[in-house]
Design a binder for this molecule. Sequence first.
Ligand code: ZN
Length: 123
Amino acid sequence: MLDGSIERSAQVPDCPSCAQPVESRHRYCPWCAAPLRSKLVEFFAPHPLIDGRARALRVSRYLGGDPSQRHTRLSIWDADRAVSAISLDPDETRRLSRFLTEGEGGGRTDDATTETMPAAAGP
Ligand SMILES: [Zn+2]
């Protein structure tokens, strides 16, 4: 139900197990039944004391299939649909992970994470 049209995956040209052609909509190879992608999904609740319209942040990690197709998809959910989404490649996913845990346990461990894109001008 929550897998809406924005969650369409990219093409998986061949099964990594039997090398038969498969379609991107298949989660399992129709020829040999091998899993074509591995997907982890977690929902995160918004801060209860800070106003916002979003109901949840959904993070989907696509770990299987062709290495070039691996990514993390972040989507903002309002009621029962995603209102916006972005996909991060594995390098950006790791950078986000470091950023989110930075400062926990007493301070920075990686100065490189301070080099980010310029912030957009605020309202
Ligand atoms: Zn197969």
